[in-house]
Structures are given as structure tokens and as C-alpha cells.
Design a protein around this ligand. Structure first.
Ligand SMILES: NC(=O)c1ccc[n+]([C@@H]2O[C@H](COP(=O)([O-])OP(=O)(O)OC[C@H]3O[C@@H](n4cnc5c(N)ncnc54)[C@H](O)[C@@H]3O)[C@@H](O)[C@H]2O)c1
Length: 260
């Protein structure tokens, strides 16, 4: 593969499926060596990348574990001696209203969506700050937020608060490490149809629209919902050399949902 990311090593978490898989495929197509990390096996993602002529390796990791993340970053940086970017995409959607939210549920959504982003970002930057600059940049971080971290969705307390935290973590770290050449941005996807969530396969295969999909369409100025490649394109920009004076930004990729 040749492209703008040739010679770059990039970690993508949650790369076994959905948005993470699409991001991994896109970055590899742009020339990056992709470290596809997930709780589940990312072998099928790596196989698809290799079949297309790209370079990738799969790592099984729980992104809520600090020690597992240290190993992941070490392994990724060992590929070329440099860690160019990480895409903190792994996360889980769900939750409830506050009176139905148990301590365990709260901890779960904060852990998998926010603490994981904190741990990954800290471990990556610790490594990146000692790297040589390329065009003023030592490394790039892309955090997967959500439109639901900006708006107030019904009955998704833990998730929404965690994603709002991801947005503020993005801004904070961008400010704190700008002088060191660390570029940090977030993507806030709207409703993206991956085919993996309830009702989505029927929507894709038969055009059947359930209540959740109908609601999403009603809130989206575009006449369609998002596809994983919409997010992959945004990630490809945010890890590229073209992204060198954009930091602390939250890029809404939502067909206009949050502008409505
Ligand atoms: N799909 C959407 O409409 C949408 C909208 C806004 C934001 N997002 C965010 O985008 C990201 C990806 O969403 P998706 O729809 O592809 O989700 P998904 O559930 O299809 O995929 C998430 C991946 O993350 C992995 N994962 C979960 N917990 C993990 C852990 N502890 N350690 C390592 N890997 C773990 C899962 O195994 C899975 O492969 C998530 O952060 C999600 O919150 C998605």
C-alpha cells in the first residue's frame, strides 16, 4: 500500500467490528501499519487488510486494563520504533435514567468509554513525547465521542456522561500537550448504521425502519443515516499530516444532527 500514511504505525481499538473495523481498513488502505486491538479477536479485520495488500496485526486487549494497555502501546511502538497515532474507538452504548442506574452500571459505562480513553491517551502520549517531531507533530490521538455526549439522549445516563467526558478530556489534553507537538481531536458520530445493532440488519437488508431508526432519521437533516466509512474518512484526516493545526476539536460526523 502507498498513501499518505505510509510508514506510520497506528493503533485502532475496538477494531474487530463496526466503526473500528472500518477505520482500520481505511487507515491501512492509506498506507498505515495498523495494530487492530479489541477484547474480541480482530483476525477477520487483519485478514481483510492483508487481502487488500495492507499491513496489520491483531492484539487482544481489554482497554479498561492499565497493564494491558501498557503492553499494547509497547508492542505497537516496537513495530517501527515509533507510535504515530492511536484511535480510541472501543466503547459500549447503553444505560438508563438515573433512578434505574445502579452503581455497577454507572461504573461500567464510565470504565469502558471514559477511563479507557484516559488510560490509552496517557500511555500513548508518554511514548509520543520522546519521539522526534515530523512537521511539528510528535503524535496524534483521535477519541471516539458521540453526538450523545453533546445532546441529552433519553435513558443513557452513563454512556452520555462518559462521552461528554471524552470530549472534555480531548480538549484538556490538546491544551496541555500542544507545546509538545501532540495533536488530540475527537469525532462525535451521529447514528451510524453498522449492521451490528438491533434493527440495523433489517434496515440495511429490507429497508425496514424500527422506532429507533425512525427517530434517528427524524433528527438528521440528511435523508440518510451514517455508514462506517463516513467515520473512517474523518479518522483518516485526523491522523494525517493534513491535520497539523487542528487540535482540541470535536468533529461532528452526524449528517447535521447536532446543528439541528
Ligand atoms: N454506531 C454508532 O451509531 C455510534 C454513534 C456514536 C458513537 N459511537 C461510538 O463509536 C465507537 C464504536 O461504535 P460501534 O457502533 O462500532 O460499536 P460496536 O459495539 O459495534 O464495536 C465496539 C468494539 O469495541 C470492542 N470493545 C468493547 N469493550 C472493549 C474493551 N473493554 N476492550 C477492548 N475492546 C472493547 C467490542 O468488542 C467491539 O468490537 C464506540 O465508542 C461508540 O460509542 C458509535
Amino acid at each position: 500500500m502507498t498513501g499518505g500514511l505510509t510508514g506510520r504505525t497506528i493503533v485502532v481499538t475496538g477494531a474487530a467490528a463496526g466503526l473500528g473495523r472500518a477505520i482500520a481498513l481505511r487507515l491501512a488502505a492509506d498506507g498505515a501499519t495498523v495494530v487492530a486491538a479489541d477484547l474480541r479477536s480482530s483476525d477477520s479485520t487483519v485478514e481483510a487488510i492483508v487481502a487488500a495488500g495492507g499491513v496489520a496485526r491483531a492484539v487482544t486487549v481489554d482497554v479498561t486494563s492499565a497493564s494491558a494497555i501498557e503492553s499494547l502501546i509497547e508492542e505497537a511502538a516496537g513495530v517501527t520504533g515509533r507510535l504515530d497515532a492511536v484511535v480510541n474507538n472501543a466503547g459500549r452504548f447503553g444505560g438508563s435514567r438515573i433512578l434505574d442506574t445502579t452503581d455497577e452500571e454507572w461504573d461500567h459505562y464510565l470504565d469502558v468509554n471514559l477511563r479507557s480513553t484516559f488510560l490509552m491517551t496517557r500511555a500513548a502520549i508518554r511514548r509520543m513525547v520522546d519521539q522526534e517531531q515530523r512537521d511539528g507533530v510528535r503524535g496524534r490521538i483521535v477519541n471516539m465521542a458521540s453526538q450523545l455526549g453533546i445532546t441529552g439522549p433519553p435513558a443513557a445516563l452513563g454512556y452520555a456522561v462518559a462521552k461528554a467526558g471524552v470530549i472534555q478530556l480531548t480538549r484538556q489534553v490538546a491544551v496541555d500537550y500542544g507545546r509538545e507537538g501532540i495533536v488530540v481531536n475527537a469525532i462525535a458520530p451521529g447514528r451510524i448504521i453498522t449492521g451490528d445493532h438491533p434493527g440495523e440488519r433489517e434496515y440495511l437488508d429490507e429497508g425496514t425502519i424500527d422506532a429507533a431508526t425512525e427517530f434517528s432519521l427524524s433528527r438528521t437533516p440528511f435523508s440518510r443515516l451514517g455508514v462506517p466509512e463516513d467515520i473512517a474518512g474523518a479518522a483518516a484526516f485526523l491522523v494525517s499530516d493534513d491535520c497539523r493545526f487542528v487540535s482540541g476539536a470535536v468533529l461532528a460526523v452526524d449528517g447535521g444532527w447536532t446543528a439541528y
